[in-house]
Design a protein around this ligand. Structure first.
Ligand SMILES: Nc1ncnc2c1ncn2[C@@H]1O[C@H](COP(=O)(O)OP(=O)(O)O)[C@@H](O)[C@H]1O
Ligand SMILES: [Mg+2]
Length: 301
């Protein structure tokens, strides 16, 4: 993508974004609701024309009519509000969508991949949200695509169902597929993605591996001493960065370089040594907060 943009009337949904994916990687496009994720994905899927800039998918140009059909043949798509045909079974749905392509993968193999063997003869409408998403993943893979777009594949699912979808995505990665994932879940990006771009108000505000983003924008690590109480504060060595009491009696200390050892040695002979002690690394949540001043979760669903 090169300086890609999309306006809907006066709304600038995508505002000059440029980036690329490497073959075989899981890429996460991470951002709050309304950031421009779906619009970007829809442009790459040739469902919408960009207002400006260029984009190529697998070396084909999304703005060239003759290239669009080549792109569609070679990509897999799980749209944001995926729905299959209610009254068909899992297997019938996969066969149905597969028949739209010249070349389709074996349905049983796909059912195995998304772990739906027990459900293959159940009607789509009877399935839970998580199982429906796994049918969606199978449908997205039915033409054996090199590149798969998954638009918010776990939004609205319970934690267990989200994990199950994650396992399927990990399997796709092992098969060498390139995965373009959008999500507003920080933990999802951190767990699955090789590289992440954070999008906000139609612009990319940071890109890198999760670790690079956390190192660059996450802020300090924190030493947490559980249930130490206000009394515990007096055992801390003088001169360390401001300790804070949180959750009533947990001590939180933002760590400067080298301070961890100093503190641990100093409290080694005090009652604090018997407390539960942990070092907390910042997360992508902290990255987003530091870059925007907001938490993604504040935006609502
Ligand atoms: N079809 C549309 N017509 C008009 N505005 C739209 C349309 N689709 C999205 N938008 C607007 O474009 C912006 C980006 O939306 P979207 O790409 O759906 O973001 P995301 O997927 O990150 O939630 C939002 O302000 C949204 O309201
Ligand atoms: Mg969206």
């Amino acid at each position: 993508m090169n300086n890609l943009s999309k306006k809907y009337g006066d709304t600038v949904a995508v505002n000059g974004i440029s980036f690329g994916l490497s073959k075989g990687e899981v890429f996460a496009f991470l951002g709050p609701n309304g950031a421009g994720k779906t619009t970007t994905v829809e442009i790459l899927e040739c469902l919408r024309a960009p207002t400006g800039g260029q984009a190529k998918v697998l070396d084909y140009d999304v703005s060239k009519r003759s290239d669009q059909s080549e792109i569609r043949k070679r990509i897999g798509v799980l749209p944001q509000d995926f729905n299959a045909i209610d009254r068909l079974t899992v297997r019938e749905n996969i066969d149905y969508f597969g028949a739209m392509y010249d070349h389709q993968l074996d349905s049983d193999q796909l059912i195995e991949l998304v772990d739906l063997k027990d459900k293959r003869d159940e009607q789509f409408k009877t399935l839970s949200g998580g199982l429906k998403q796994r049918v969606g993943l199978a449908v997205a893979l039915v033409n054996d695509p090199a590149l798969v777009f998954l638009d918010e594949p776990t939004t609205g699912l319970d934690p267990r169902a989200r994990r199950d979808v994650w396992y399927v995505i990990e399997r796709l990665k092992k098969q060498g597929k390139t995965v373009f994932l959008t999500t507003h879940y920080m933990d999802e990006a951190e767990y699955l993605a090789d590289t992440v771009s954070i999008i906000d108000h139609g612009q990319i505000i940071a890109s890198g591996t999760p670790n690079e983003l956390i190192d660059a924008h996450g802020g300090k690590k924190t030493l947490v001493i559980r249930e130490a109480g206000e009394d515990g504060l007096k055992f801390l060595p003088p001169g360390i960065s401001r300790p804070q009491l949180k959750n009533e009696d947990d001590i939180y200390i933002p760590l400067n370089n080298g301070e961890l050892t100093t503190i641990l040695i100093a409290i080694g002979q005090t009652p604090l040594a018997n407390k539960e002690i942990e070092v907390r690394r910042p997360t992508l949540d902290d990255v987003f907060l530091n870059l925007t001043g907001r938490r993604v979760s504040e935006e609502g669903e």
